[in-house]
Design a protein around this ligand. Structure first.
Ligand code: TTP
Ligand code: MN
Ligand code: MN
Ligand code: MN
Length: 371
C-alpha cells in the first residue's frame, strides 16, 4: 500500500480502497467540476464516462496537496484525456466553459431539480421533462400526473429534507433510535454508519444499523421500532422493505444495487429541544422541529461486519472494494458475504478488519473512506 508523504511523486493506487481519503478535499475546484460532468452523463445514461469522472474525482480527493499544474497529475491513475483537458482549463481560467455550459443547460437544470425530490429518480425526472414540465408548480398542477406516496411526502417536506443534517442532529436521532431499539430488546446493537461514520460534518440523511445477537430475531426488529416511533408521533414517513436475505442463494454473481437485508427509509420529526445547539436552520423558525431522512438496516448478526462495511461507504470506496476483490483477488464482496472463487468458499468475518485482512488490504479507517 502506498503511503502519502504529500508530494506529487508519491504513488497513488487506482483503487480507492488502497487510498486514505479524509473529508478534507484539497482539490474541490476540480472535483466539483468532474461531478457536474459525471451527473450530466448519468442523466443521459452514458455509464462509462460517468464512472470515469467519478473515479478521477476520487483520485484527486485523496491527494494531500492541491494540484497546481498539469505536471502534478503526471503520475496519477484514472485521469484520461478529457479529465486532463478539464484540469488544464480550470488551471488556466479558474473555471471550465464545458461545465458552465452544462450548468446553464435547461435539461440538466430540470433533471437536477426534479431528482432533488425524495422519491423522484432519473427515469421519472426524464419523463416529466419530456412532457414539457420544468418547475415544481408545473408538476404539481399537471392533472395527468399521479404522484406516489413517496413523492407526495418528498414535496411536502421538500425544504426540510433538502437542508443538510448536522452532526448534532445526527446525534439526537441516534439517541431516539437507541432508545427505541432498546425498549424492544435489551440486547439490541445500534451503530451509526454512512457519511456520519466517515466523519462528515453534514449529511443528506442519517444511517444506522440495528440488530440483535439472537439470529432471526432481527427480522421483526424494524417493524417494532417503526411502530414505536409512530406511537411517539414522530414517524412522518416509512418505507419498510422486509428481508429477502437467503444465504443459500449466495454468492450472487449479478451486480445488485441494493442488499437483501430488512431496511426502512424513514422521515422523522425531530424536535429542536432534542438537539444540542438547536436545529440546523438558516432563518428564524418558530416551528421548533424539522423533518429528517433516516435509513435503518437490520442484518442478521453473523452478517454484521459485511453490512457495516457496505453501509459505511463512500459509494466510490465500495465500488473499488468490490472491483479490487474481483480483479485482484478473484473474490466476490457484497453487503452480505466475501466469497473466494478459487477456493470456492465463504470467508468468515466478525469485524471490518477481518474483511480487509482476507482481501490482503491494509485497514482503512472509516474516516479515511471518503473517496
Ligand atoms: P447514503 O446514505 O446514500 O450516502 P452517505 O451516507 O455516504 O452520504 P450522505 O451524507 O449524502 O447521506 O448511503 C450510505 C451507504 O449505504 C452507501 O455506501 C451505499 C450504502 N447502501 C447500501 O449498501 N444499500 C442500500 O440499499 C442503500 C440505500 C445504501
Ligand atoms: Mn447517509
Ligand atoms: Mn441476489
Ligand atoms: Mn442513506
Amino acid at each position: 500500500l502506498p503511503t502519502f508523504p504529500g508530494g506529487p511523486t508519491a504513488t497513488v493506487s487506482q483503487y480507492a480502497c488502497q487510498r486514505r481519503t479524509t473529508t478534507e478535499n484539497n482539490n474541490k475546484i476540480f472535483t466539483e467540476a468532474f461531478e457536474v460532468l459525471a451527473e450530466s452523463y448519468e442523466f443521459n445514461e452514458i455509464e462509462g464516462p460517468c464512472l470515469a469522472f467519478r473515479r478521477a474525482g476520487s483520485v484527486l480527493k485523496s491527494l494531500t496537496f492541491e494540484v497546481r499544474s498539469l505536471g502534478d497529475t503526471q503520475d496519477l491513475p484514472c485521469l484520461g484525456e478529457h479529465t486532463k483537458e478539464l484540469i488544464e482549463e480550470i488551471l488556466r481560467y479558474g473555471r471550465s466553459f464545458e461545465v458552465e455550459k452544462i450548468l446553464s443547460d435547461e435539461r440538466y437544470q430540470t433533471l437536477k431539480l426534479f431528482t432533488s425530490v425524495f422519491g423522484v429518480g432519473p427515469k421519472t425526472a426524464e419523463k416529466w421533462y419530456r412532457r414539457g414540465l420544468r418547475s415544481f408548480s408545473d408538476v404539481l398542477t399537471e392533472p395527468s400526473i399521479q404522484l406516489n406516496r413517496m413523492q407526495q411526502t418528498g414535496f411536502l417536506h421538500y425544504e426540510d429534507i433538502s437542508r443538510a443534517v448536522s452532526k448534532a442532529e445526527a446525534r439526537a436521532l441516534g439517541n431516539i433510535i437507541d432508545e427505541a431499539v432498546h425498549a424492544i430488546t435489551l440486547d439490541a446493537v445500534i451503530s451509526l454508519t454512512g457519511g456520519f461514520r466517515r466523519g462528515k460534518e453534514f449529511g443528506h440523511d442519517v444511517d444506522f444499523i440495528v440488530t440483535t445477537p439472537e439470529l432471526g430475531r432481527e427480522r421483526s426488529l424494524l417493524p417494532d421500532v417503526t411502530d414505536r416511533l409512530e406511537q411517539q408521533g414522530i414517524l412522518l414517513y416509512c418505507d419498510y422493505q422486509a428481508s429477502t436475505f437467503d444465504m443459500s442463494k449466495l454468492p450472487c454473481h449479478r451486480f445488485e444495487a441494493m442488499d437483501h437485508f430488512a431496511k426502512c427509509f424513514l422521515i422523522l420529526r425531530l424536535e429542536a429541544s432534542k438537539v444540542e445547539g438547536g436545529l440546523n436552520s438558516t432563518e428564524e423558525d418558530s416551528r421548533g422541529w424539522r423533518a429528517v431522512r433516516v435509513d435503518l438496516v437490520s442484518p442478521p448478526m453473523d452478517r454484521y461486519a459485511f453490512a457495516l462495511l457496505g453501509w459505511t461507504g463512500s459509494r466510490q470506496f465500495e465500488r473499488d472494494l468490490r472491483r479490487f476483490a474481483r480483479l485482484e483477488r478473484r473474490m466476490l464482496l457484497d453487503n452480505h458475504i466475501l466469497y473466494d472463487k478459487t477456493k470456492k468458499e465463504f470467508l468468515a468475518a466478525t469485524t471490518e478488519k477481518d474483511i480487509f485482512a482476507h482481501l490482503g488490504l491494509e485497514y482503512i479507517e472509516p474516516w479515511q473512506r471518503n473517496a
